[in-house]
Ligand binder design. Structure first.
Ligand code: FES
Length: 118
């Protein structure tokens, strides 16, 4: 199927904007239903994600924009107890911190901003 002019297949792809500690940004196209861990890996974002999504590290720690964080909370996709425990030991923890490997992309997340902690 041809992609529309803006480069995103509506409801199938969304834009994810990574913000680096120096405030530079990288825009990526990701698939709806994809795990944010894959987006990080496929776009060479320098976040280790050491355990590969097994919820056994906190190296996939990211800081979401408030809107996306609340969207997840409102849809029952808040952090589990295990995720909360791992976040507690993550450095640069913020109110909207999440583990990247626990985020699955939905159409409503289009344009989400994902900051890399310092
Ligand atoms: S990659 Fe290890 S908890 Fe997310």
């Amino acid at each position: 199927m041809d992609k529309p002019l803006h480069g995103i297949q509506e409801d199938k792809e969304i834009k994810v904007i990574f913000i680096f500690p120096d405030n530079s940004e990288k825009e990526c196209i990701a698939n709806v239903g994809e795990n944010l861990l894959n987006v990080i890996r496929n776009n060479d974002i320098p976040i280790p994600c050491s355990c590969g999504g097994a919820l056994a590290c906190s190296t996939c720690h990211v800081v979401l924009d408030e809107e996306t964080f609340e969207l997840l909370e409102d849809n029952g996709k808040e952090a589990s107890e295990d995720e909360e425990d791992l976040l507690e030991v993550a450095s640069g923890l913020k109110d909207t911190s999440r583990l990247g490997c626990q985020i699955v992309l939905t159409p409503k997340m289009d344009g989400m901003k994902v900051s890399l902690p310092r």
